[in-house]
Structures are given as structure tokens and as C-alpha cells.
Design a protein around this ligand. Structure first.
Ligand code: AMP
Length: 593
């Protein structure tokens, strides 16, 4: 097949112009089983999305498909519906049980999500189709017993699938479909060997469906592994990742990050839900303990937490129980082609530390779940703002992170802190290794965003106004000692493990009681300072004191239609302006100009 390079210099094969790929306007036009149509109606999908229109007919024809599709595009239903259709069709003549579809995903979180979509789309044929996920931390024996019933569909990460294939618990003998979701991410999780092993066990003629957010060389490798010549759907979607996201960047010193984040959240300059990305697991706890000093509640997501807790946090966040998630995406370091190796791996540039780096990394990753993933794939709902408290180390990771907001046609905002090179490592209590090359990474981010006509605008806070909060910041930071961070990390892990066990056993039977188990409880810093939880009047901008609007009100920088804007609140999808503009509070004298 003829190959071309797209605007991102990614190799792409052209989609052949076949009649069957013409967009269809309704699900019933796609020729799906009435029971599936009924479930689709129950899910309130009114019409197929672009990827569904294009991929479903091809998959139903039995073609191998590689579709460029991101989370939020409806990609999961795009591959699940043809798989379900094939199983239902087969069961009309042959009802003997065997596994006919294997769905491979990079993370447990995604496995859980995909399994849920299968459950909802089989609501009217549940007795005919059995699907299991191998993502829960259940013992090998339990996994074997689940597989012994020969479920029609198995959803799994590649490593878990291979373990079970290798032990003969999972048979691929009669497999008819294999799906790889988030295909471009799968290799970055180190699953190549597992995938190669799985591929060797596939029977001849298996239909392959690959869903990938990008069509990169990694995807070419996967195509190679599965030895297919798929129809490539290089769909240009309107609602691409980061499409509706206003992007801002603040250059500041290491300690000023802590100052600004405190002001932003304490004065409620961001309304709605946020995900704050930080460099590593320790940093999650440092920021959480710091927030706690000011009475700001947050929950944590990282690879160290038990999978059930992670899933529960996301679920509750989506329901609106929590407003702030502090997440580290340490598994998702996706280097740019030109990323300096040391920065992509979070290592140090100088020789002495570079020598230490591998050892450190090994220690750090030992407890982690390599099947954890947060910045890709997970369907976070209604996120108003993504804050890159610590900038990621590549432009690609940046794109994935900001794609958590501004989804499904809504608007969103991304705010990133960047440490100028001359400020790096200047403040021992707050510096973090990964920010060493922030300025270079920012340059790449700007270049990458420009390719999709997006601008990353500098944002300048009025530091004179913010400075009034510096004393409190220092007070709070002093309480967040290394020991406090370590203890918080251990305590949270212990508590979450307990909750995780409870969750697994109890909530399967009592799903409605989920909300009793909160994940944003206090972890306690070295000392508690009750007074920090309140913002005294004298710290507020003058206008806020006068109007009595209290916390949450900060005058807008633009003198025009000021009154109007004061009343607006930022909610994803509801307004276009950037809420942080509201904090560009100028001293009164400036306003008269
Ligand atoms: P996905 O891209 O598979 O992660 O799907 C993102 C979201 O879109 C999920 O919440 C789905 O329930 C929803 N969705 C999938 N297909 C459709 C459709 N045809 N119409 C409306 N919503 C959909």
C-alpha cells in the first residue's frame, strides 16, 4: 500500500476509497443485531460517530482495520459492536463456548472501562455473550477459574493475557478477533515481548482491529507484529485531543509554583474539576499535604495505589464527588523524537548523577504497577482544567495530558508551570529533577501545538498582588517535610490497600454504597496550622473586600465589561473566557489608566 507522510511527519497508508466506508447516518443502517441497537438506544447514542461510521462496516466485512481514534471519539464502541455482532451471528449456529475475541489494552484502568462498555452494549443479550476482564488483582487461581468457562471475550493487558495463554488457562485456538486499543501507547508500556508471544499463538485468519490515537512508527511495529495489511482510517476529527483547550504557560521559580497554585485554588480562580499533573509519586503527596494546610481537599492517582482505589477515584471524580485529582503519570513518559534522553527518562545531565540514575529508577519502580495509566485512555468527564504543575518531559506527553480537558465539544483550559533554566534547582525544598529542561520542552510544545494551529500563550500573574500570600506559603511548606511526605505516602498506601480489599469484596454486592469510601481524606503534615485554612480579608484584593464577595472574587484585568465577567463562573463547556485572567489583578492605580 502506498505510504505518505502526514503533517506531523508520521507515516500513513491511505484509506482505499471503497464504497463500504461511506459514512452511514444511523446505527440501524450499519446492519447490527436488534439487541445491539436496543442497547445503543439505551446508552442514548443517537448516531454513530465518525470512527464508528467508518470502522464498523469494514470490521463487519471481516477486514483488518487500523483506525486513528482518540479517547472521546467513540472508538470503544467502534470495535466492540462488530465483535459483538460476530459473536451473536456465530451463536445462531454454534453455541458451544469458546473465546473468540481478545481485547488488549495498555492499562488496568482502560480494561475496566472497556469491560463496562461491553456490559452496557450487551444489556439485551447478556445471556448470549460472556466477557471477562483480567485486570483485577485477583489470584492466578481465580483468573484460571474465570477463564475455565471459556468466555466469549477476554479484556486484558498484554502481559496478563500472555501469562494466562502460557499457562494454558486461556486458549486462542478458536479466536476470530484480536483488538489492540491505544495501540501507540501499548509499546511504551514495555509490552512488546508479550505482544510478540501472543501474536505467535494466534490462529490463521484472525481479524485484527487496531485503535490508535496517533499513527506513529510504534504502530508500524505493531502492524509488523500482527503481520496484517489493514485498511488504515486516518480520520481527521474535529474534536481532536486538545482541540477546545485554551493553553497558558507561566514561567516562574520553583517556589512560586507553590505560591501560585495555592492562590489559584484558595481563591477559587479555577471553577469546576481539575487534574493537576506532577512529576512523581512523592510530589503527589507533597502537593496534597501542602493543599491540606489550606483546607483544600484533593485525591491522588499514581501507579503505586491499588487498582481498585484508582478505579474508584476516577469513578467518583466523574460523578462529581471530588474536584481536584493530583496525578503522576510516571509510566507515560513518551519521548519526542528529539527529546534529550536524559530528560525523557527523568535522569540527570551530569555524569555523576547520570550514573546514579538507573539505580534510583529501579528502586522507585519496584512497587509500581506498570499497568497504570492516567493521561491516556481514561474517560475523565467534565474536566475544566488541566494544570501541569510539573511540565512533562515531552511535547507528546503534554498533548495527552491536556487532552483530559476540553472533551466532547466542551471548552477547557490547560495551565503549565515552566521553570526557566536559570531558576532550576534554586530552591531545595521545592525543586524537582524533571524540570531541568522545561524551557526546551516548552519550545517543542509550542512548535507541536503550532502545527495544529494552537497557541500556548504566556500568562503573567500580577506577582505584586500574589506576594501577599508568600508568608503563608512558606509557613505551609515548612510543615511539608520529607518525613511527612514519606509517612503520608506509606499511610495512604496502607489505607488504600485496606479500602481496596473492602471495595472488592463489599461493593460488588452493594454498589450503591460506594460513596461512603472517600479518597480525599487528610494525610497530616508535620504540623497542622488551623489559621492557614482561612484567607484573611487583608490578603484579598481591595475590590473583593469592598464588594464582600469574599474568596473566589478577584477583579478582572480588563476594565471593560467588568461587572459582567464578575458574575461568570468557569465551567467546562459553558463559557469561553479563561478564568485565570481574573487573577491578573492590577493595583488600583493601574486600573484608572
Ligand atoms: P470512547 O472514545 O470509546 O472512550 O468514548 C467516549 C464516550 O463517548 C463514552 O462516554 C461513550 O459512552 C460515548 N459514545 C460512544 N459512542 C457514542 C455515540 N455514537 N454517541 C454518543 N456518545 C457516544
Amino acid at each position: 500500500m502506498k505510504r505518505k507522510l502526514n503533517t506531523n511527519d508520521e507515516p500513513v497508508a491511505e484509506e482505499p476509497a471503497t464504497k463500504s466506508t461511506e459514512p452511514k447516518t444511523s446505527f440501524s443502517d450499519l446492519g447490527l443485531d436488534p439487541r445491539l441497537i436496543q442497547a445503543i438506544a439505551q446508552e442514548k447514542y443517537r448516531e454513530p460517530t465518525l470512527v464508528q461510521c467508518k470502522a464498523i462496516p469494514l470490521a463487519l466485512e471481516g477486514k483488518d482495520v487500523l483506525a486513528k481514534a482518540k479517547t472521546g471519539s467513540g472508538k470503544t464502541a467502534a470495535y466492540i459492536l462488530p465483535v459483538l455482532q460476530a459473536i451473536l451471528k456465530r451463536k445462531q449456529s454454534n453455541s458451544s463456548p469458546f473465546t473468540s475475541a481478545l481485547i488488549l489494552v495498555p492499562t488496568r484502568e482502560l480494561a475496566d472501562q472497556v469491560h463496562k462498555v461491553i456490559e452496557s452494549l450487551t444489556a439485551f443479550c447478556a445471556k448470549d455473550i460472556q466477557a471477562i476482564k483480567l485486570s483485577d488483582k485477583v489470584s492466578d487461581a481465580v483468573q484460571r477459574s474465570l477463564l475455565s468457562n471459556s468466555p466469549d471475550i477476554v479484556v486484558s493487558t498484554p502481559s496478563r493475557a500472555w501469562t494466562n495463554i502460557n499457562s494454558s488457562a486461556l486458549s486462542l485456538e478458536k479466536l476470530s478477533h484480536i483488538v489492540l486499543d491505544e495501540a501507540d501507547l501499548v509499546l511504551s508500556y514495555g509490552y512488546e515481548e508479550d505482544l510478540n508471544n501472543v501474536a505467535k499463538k494466534l490462529p490463521k485468519g484472525v481479524q485484527t482491529i487496531l485503535m490508535s490515537a496517533t499513527l506513529t512508527t510504534e504502530v508500524d511495529t505493531l502492524k509488523g507484529i500482527f503481520a496484517r495489511n489493514p485498511v488504515v482510517l486516518n480520520l481527521e476529527e474535529k474534536d481532536a485531543e486538545g482541540e477546545g483547550v485554551s493553553q497558558y504557560v507561566v514561567k516562574c521559580s520553583e517556589e512560586e509554583k507553590f505560591l501560585l497554585i495555592y492562590v489559584i485554588y484558595k481563591l477559587k480562580l479555577i471553577k469546576g474539576k481539575s487534574i493537576i499533573f506532577v512529576a512523581d509519586v512523592d510530589r503527589c503527596y507533597r502537593l496534597k499535604l501542602y493543599f491540606e494546610q489550606f483546607g483544600l481537599r484533593s485525591c491522588i492517582l499514581n501507579s503505586e495505589l491499588p487498582v481498585n482505589s484508582r478505579l474508584h477515584v476516577v469513578e467518583e471524580f466523574n460523578k462529581g464527588v471530588y474536584d481536584i485529582i493530583i496525578a503522576s503519570d510516571e509510566n507515560e513518559v513518551i519521548p519526542d523524537e528529539e527529546t534529550p534522553k536524559e530528560s525523557a527518562e527523568g535522569g540527570e545531565a551530569d555524569g555523576e548523577k547520570a550514573a546514579e540514575a538507573p539505580k534510583k529508577k529501579k528502586q522507585k519502580t519496584s512497587r509500581r504497577d506498570k499497568e497504570y495509566g492516567v493521561s491516556r485512555g481514561i474517560d475523565f468527564k467534565n474536566v475544566a482544567c488541566v494544570v501541569n504543575f510539573d511540565l512533562p518531559t515531552s511535547a507528546k506527553s503534554y498533548t495527552h495530558r491536556i487532552g483530559r480537558t476540553g472533551r466532547a465539544g466542551q471548552r477547557g483550559m490547560a495551565l503549565s508551570f515552566v521553570i526557566p533554566t536559570d531558576q532550576y534547582r534554586k530552591h531545595p525544598p521545592t525543586w524537582v529533577e524533571s524540570t531541568e529542561h522545561d524551557e526546551k520542552v516548552l519550545a517543542r510544545i509550542i512548535k507541536q501545538q503550532a502545527k495544529v494551529d494552537k497557541v500556548v500563550e504566556p500568562y503573567n500573574f500580577d506577582m505584586e498582588q500574589v506576594d501577599a500570600f508568600r508568608y503563608r506559603m512558606n509557613d505551609a511548606l515548612r510543615a511539608v517535610t520529607k518525613v511527612a511526605v514519606r509517612e503520608a505516602r506509606t499511610r495512604e498506601l496502607r489505607e488504600e490497600l485496606l479500602k481496596s480489599e473492602k471495595l472488592k469484596r463489599h461493593f460488588e454486592e452493594n454498589p450503591s454504597e460506594m460513596h461512603h469510601l472517600r479518597h480525599d481524606g487528610e494525610l497530616r503534615a508535620a504540623r497542622t496550622q488551623a489559621h492557614l485554612k482561612h484567607v484573611p480579608d487583608y490578603l484579598l484584593p481591595e475590590d473583593a473586600r469592598k464588594t464582600g464577595q469574599g474568596i473566589g472574587f478577584v477583579p478582572f484585568n480588563k476594565p471593560t465589561d467588568k461587572k459582567d465577567r464578575r458574575q461568570k463562573k468557569f465551567r467546562a463547556g459553558k463559557r469561553k473566557s479563561n478564568p485565570l485572567k481574573s487573577f491578573k489583578a492590577r493595583p488600583k492605580t493601574n486600573k484608572k489608566k
